[in-house]
Design a protein around this ligand. Structure first.
Ligand SMILES: Nc1nc2c(ncn2[C@@H]2O[C@H](COP(=O)(O)OP(=O)(O)OP(=O)(O)O)[C@@H](O)[C@H]2O)c(=O)[nH]1
Ligand SMILES: [Mg+2]
Length: 210
């Protein structure tokens, strides 16, 4: 995917504020500070369009980013951050649950995990929850640059086994630092969101025109 345009659209708290143009949506879930916003920035080649921070809990609403007028990335608040109050966590939980269950334009959830560690309890809960509701999942294990290449496969195995991943769910190893996995993830997103249709059709229509 060649990104020519990327813009922040809205920080939404509920359905009233979701965009109404019906473009496909790809949501990003994962524990706080795992690297969700950084992943978006690397995907669109922008340093800081999605706000990142070394302080966890920076993303507080459903942040919509429109890419090439073709799709949205929806950045979620991170889970599992101890300093967030219980009440706040319940509010976020409801907001996210509602979005995931009701949003018709949602095509897939990227479950962002940290390749360095086995999945957390919250990662496992999130994966099982998405699976239960039959929402398409792609597990993205980020921060690969923090592990020597020789140990990647061992960590991939640890992650897949820890989550009890189904073979049918896709898995991408990623790094927002080096760009590892970016092309693979774009290819997958484009296919799920039905975006490469036009490109594939191109040669045929050119032929017809001749
Ligand atoms: N080395 C390395 N650091 C990363 C990577 N991805 C994110 N980081 C760092 O991890 C920290 C958190 O990144 P964010 O993208 O803000 O994380 P987030 O998941 O959006 O966090 P919340 O919005 O709090 O949920 C920042 O200091 C990033 O620079 C990566 O692939 N490699
Ligand atoms: Mg964030």
């Amino acid at each position: 995917m060649k990104v020519t345009q990327a813009e922040f659209v809205i920080s939404a708290v509920g359905p009233d504020q979701y965009p109404e143009d019906a473009l496909p949506e790809i949501a990003l879930a994962g524990r706080s500070n795992v690297g969700k916003s950084s992943l978006i920035n690397r995907m669109i080649n922008r340093k800081n369009l999605a706000r990142t921070s070394s302080t966890p809990g920076k993303t507080q609403h459903l942040n919509y980013y429109r890419i090439n007028e073709e799709l949205y990335f929806v950045d979620f608040p991170g889970y599992g951050y101890a300093k967030v109050s219980k009440t706040q966590r319940q509010v976020w939980g409801k907001m996210i649950e509602r979005y995931l269950l009701e949003r018709e334009t949602l095509k897939m959830v990227l479950l962002i995990v940290d390749l360095r560690h086995p999945p957390s309890k919250d990662d496992e809960l999130m994966y099982d929850w998405l699976k239960h509701y039959e929402i398409p999942i792609c597990v993205v294990a980020t921060k690969a640059d923090k592990i020597p290449k020789s140990r990647w496969q061992k960590h991939v195995k640890q992650m897949k086994e820890g989550l009890l991943m189904r073979k049918t769910d896709s898995f991408v190893m990623y790094s927002s630092e080096t760009g590892v996995g970016k092309d693979e993830l774009w290819a997958h997103i484009e296919s799920i969101a039905g975006l490469n249709q036009e490109e594939n059709d191109q040669p045929e229509s050119e032929q017809t025109a001749e």
